[in-house]
Structures are given as structure tokens and as C-alpha cells.
Design a protein around this ligand. Structure first.
Ligand code: ZN
Ligand code: MN
Length: 464
């Protein structure tokens, strides 16, 4: 029997607002426990929430980037459930009336519908140690968007592709940093199977709070196998919430799924309905940053970069790239340097201490043949250490390329007299001796000689 698998996702992304969603506590990861909380986010009785305008704006930006309709007005709702790190015993979220709905995101495996995007508050964190459980309220009230997709993904590759694209998109418009290690992006995965050709979708199983893309993909793969086996033996898949363990690569049942009704959603009485005026929407549209996809397309068109380079640069170091080009560097050379030597040094743990203006100067020195490629690499390393101006580095360290014919002649003659054996071999027809001599001469110049002039001088002298 063959089955068709469908996956829908609910993705929680923490928003990059300065403060929390209903109070003025700082919205930041980490720090000493319980130092970024107040009576509002700790749910003291008698306190009142005040909705953060920036959080609403960021949700609208996500909606626009995901081709959603933006509601003219929205309201908040209480989702009732008890959890020790949710001190009010309800989460302020949205239900009937989300800010964004009916959008989509296109991926190379096909379009994924976005059913809605709503805002809500995050819960605190439980810390289990020894035989006790401690609660850190710093994360309580951190603003989230929840993105709910249609069950439009039918392979694990599609799930992975969708998550990667979504992350890129949200990062590029600065809605969320999507830092999965810090829990800024988490996803719930819903998997259901149905017989090929059958129109009734099967019962779905939900995996909560998976915080790596690999985990999500592994859970999907596992669930396909688990549900196929049940169906193949004539069984029925039951609706339940399961927990994915990324270490054992297995899942266990958490609970039979609660119904929506179990949450007893009702409109949040402490927050009035909010209208989004056409003017406000227009303002947000106007200040929307370019998405990574738009940036990539522009780099290909404006700077004639290949798709691969444009893709990488649009995600990382795009400011450095554009600033360097604005300061006169050639786009292709800049891209090569950033994606090559600079990325390598950054990956080795070096910190980027200079901007595009200095990078442009370095490329210009190379372009004008004041320094050669090898020296440019040296200068770059010094720039990483000191952040110094490349022109000064070249001057202070006497690194300019040697093009003076007299000096080059002198270097070549010295090299030949010191390597008589190689000269003899060359004269006997062993042509490899030439590259050996060239290397020696380059070394003698402290790698500063112009390689073409050096080659020429060497050839001329060997003919004699
Ligand atoms: Zn607070
Ligand atoms: Mn949620």
C-alpha cells in the first residue's frame, strides 16, 4: 500500500523588539536568572498588559514578506492552560482574529500556504537540576510570532527547504535573529498520512518544540515510518502529541491531543481591539527592508554576480560588500575576497574589525598593482588584527610591490649566483628548474616583486 504524507508546521520566532510584548522589560537572551522581569511579565494579579507597538509592526512585516493579507483590526485572546513557567495560567495570544492570514512562501519543491501569523507571549524557562526545578522568568513575555502553515509539504526535503527559506527571510528583514541555539526559532511538526488517491486526510500527530531543523526532518522521517507501519497492519493512527528525542532518534507519546476547546479561548479583556490604519500599513510597507531573495536578485542584475555568490553575499556580509563597492571596489573582486580569504579568517574565529571603505582601499591597492596578491593577503591579516588603514599598513611595513627594473635585476642575479646547480640543470634542459629559481627569487624579494617582471628578468638572464 502506498501512502501520501503531509506535513504542516507551526513555527515560533522570537521578535527583535527592544522590550517585551506587554511591559518595558528588556527583550534579550540570557543574563542572570530573573533579572529581566517585573510584576506584569511575572503575571502578578492586578497588573495590566500594554501591547508593544513594535511587536505588532514586526508581525506585519513578516506577513508582508510572506504574501499575507493584513487584518484591518485584530484582538488578543487568552489561551488557558496551566504550566509552571506560565504564571498567569493563560497565555495572551490570538485566536479568531490574527494579524496576518492567507499567505504563502514559494520553495523549489512547491508553494507552502501560510494559514495565519499571530503574535503571542513566550513562557519562562524551567531549569531542572538535582531534585529540584527552578524557574527563570526572563523569557516570560518575550514577543513571539507563530506562523501556521497549511499541510502542504509532502517530503522531508520540502520541510527542510521551507524552514531554511523561512529562516533566511525572517533574518533578512530583521524580524527575528532565528538563533536556534538560543531558542529564538522553534517548530511544531504535524504529520499525517493518507492512502494515495484517498481524499480524507489521516489523523495527524504533533511534535512540539523541536529546536533544530535536523530534528524536524528526523522526526518527519520517523513519523512516516511509524504511521506507515500502523496503517500497513490495518491499524488506526491516533491523534496525539509526541516528543522527539534527537539523541536516541526516537519519539515517545506525551499526551493524547487536546482539542482547541480545551484551551477555552476568549477575547483578552485587558487589551482593546487594535485598528491597523491604511496609513500605518503604508508606512510599514515603505520601511520594509529588502528580503534576502530580493537582494540576491539585485546582486545578480546590478553587479553581474553569479547566483551562488549572490546567494551567499545576500545572507552574510552584504553591508561590507555594498559599502566596498560604493567606495569604488569592483563587485566581482570584492565578492571573491569576502567569500574567500575574509570568510576563511572569520571562520577561524577572527573578528572583522574594518568596514567596506577600508576593504575598497585594499582592493584598489591591488588593482593599481601597488601590491600583489600575496601581499594583499598579508595586509588583510594585519587589518583583521589592528583594523588599520591598508594604505598605512603598506607604507609602515614597506610592502609595496617591487617594480623597479634595477632592483629586480639585482635580485635575479643574486638568486642565480646562489643557485648554480639549478642554473646548470636548466641549461641541460631540465625546464622545471625555472620554477624553482623563480620561487627562490620571489622569496628573496620578500614576496614583494612583481611576478611578471621577475619572470622576464629571470628568462633574460638565463639566456645569457
Ligand atoms: Zn516585565
Ligand atoms: Mn503558540
Amino acid at each position: 500500500m502506498s501512502y501520501k504524507m503531509s506535513v504542516g508546521l507551526e513555527i515560533h520566532a522570537e521578535l527583535l523588539s527592544k522590550t517585551k510584548i506587554f511591559c518595558s522589560c528588556e527583550n534579550k537572551f540570557g543574563g542572570k536568572e530573573n533579572t529581566r522581569c517585573c510584576p506584569v511579565c511575572m503575571g502578578f494579579p492586578g497588573t495590566l498588559p500594554v501591547l508593544n507597538k513594535k511587536a505588532v509592526e514586526l508581525c506585519i512585516m513578516a506577513g508582508l514578506a510572506l504574501n499575507c493579507e493584513i487584518s484591518e483590526s485584530f484582538s488578543m485572546a487568552r489561551k488557558n492552560y496551566f504550566y509552571p513557567d506560565l504564571p498567569k495560567a493563560y497565555q495572551i495570544s490570538q485566536s479568531e482574529n490574527p494579524i496576518c492570514k492567507n499567505g504563502y512562501l514559494d520553495t523549489k519543491y512547491g508553494r507552502v500556504g501560510i494559514l495565519n501569523i499571530h503574535i503571542e507571549e513566550d513562557a519562562g524557562k524551567l531549569i531542572h537540576r538535582n531534585n529540584e526545578t527552578l524557574i527563570d522568568y526572563n523569557r516570560c513575555g518575550v514577543p513571539l510570532i507563530e506562523i501556521v502553515t497549511a499541510p502542504d509539504m509532502h517530503s522531508k526535503e520540502h520541510v527542510n527547504e521551507f524552514l531554511q527559506s523561512l529562516k533566511k527571510l525572517l533574518k533578512s528583514i530583521a524580524v527575528s535573529d532565528c538563533n536556534m541555539q538560543e531558542g529564538s526559532l522553534r517548530c511544531d511538526v504535524n504529520v499525517s498520512m493518507q492512502k494515495e488517491g484517498d481524499n480524507t486526510p489521516g489523523e495527524r500527530c504533533e511534535y512540539k518544540n523541536i529546536n533544530t531543523f535536523k530534528g524536524a526532518v528526523n522526526a518527519v522521517e520517523y513519523e512516516i515510518k511509524r504511521q506507515s507501519e500502523i496503517l500497513n497492519f490495518g491499524g488506526k493512527v491516533e491523534r496525539e502529541t509526541r516528543r522527539w528525542d534527537d539523541i536516541t532518534k526516537e519519539s515517545t507519546i506525551l499526551r493524547k491531543k487536546e482539542n482547541m476547546a480545551d484551551y477555552h479561548y476568549f477575547e483578552e479583556p485587558d487589551i482593546p481591539t487594535v485598528k491597523i490604519s491604511p496609513e500605518t500599513l503604508l508606512k510599514i510597507k515603505q520601511k520594509m527592508p529588502e528580503t534576502s531573495e530580493q537582494k540576491k536578485q539585485r546582486y545578480m542584475k546590478e553587479f553581474s554576480l553569479c547566483e551562488y555568490d549572490a546567494e551567499l553575499l545576500s545572507q552574510n556580509n552584504s553591508n561590507l560588500f555594498e559599502e566596498a563597492v560604493k567606495n569604488g571596489a569592483l563587485p566581482k573582486d570584492t565578492a571573491n575576497l569576502i567569500l574567500g580569504d575574509i570568510s576563511k579568517l572569520v571562520n577561524e574565529g577572527k573578528k572583522l574589525t574594518f568596514g567596506g571603505d577600508k576593504l575598497a582601499k585594499l582592493l584598489c591597492l591591488q588593482d593599481k598593482k601597488i601590491i600583489n596578491k600575496t601581499i594583499a593577503k598579508q595586509v588583510l591579516e594585519i587589518m583583521f588584527e589592528s583594523g588599520e588603514d591598508p594604505e598605512k599598513i603598506v607604507q609602515n611595513n614597506n610592502l609595496a610591490e617591487i617594480t623597479d627594473a634595477g632592483i629586480i635585476e639585482e635580485i635575479v642575479l643574486k638568486t642565480l649566483s646562489e643557485n648554480q646547480k639549478a642554473v646548470l640543470e636548466y641549461n641541460q634542459g631540465k625546464k622545471q628548474a625555472f620554477s624553482f629559481l623563480l620561487g627562490k627569487a620571489m622569496e628573496k624579494s620578500n614576496k614583494k616583486a612583481n611576478v611578471h617582471l621577475l619572470k622576464e628578468a629571470l628568462q633574460n638572464n638565463l639566456k645569457k
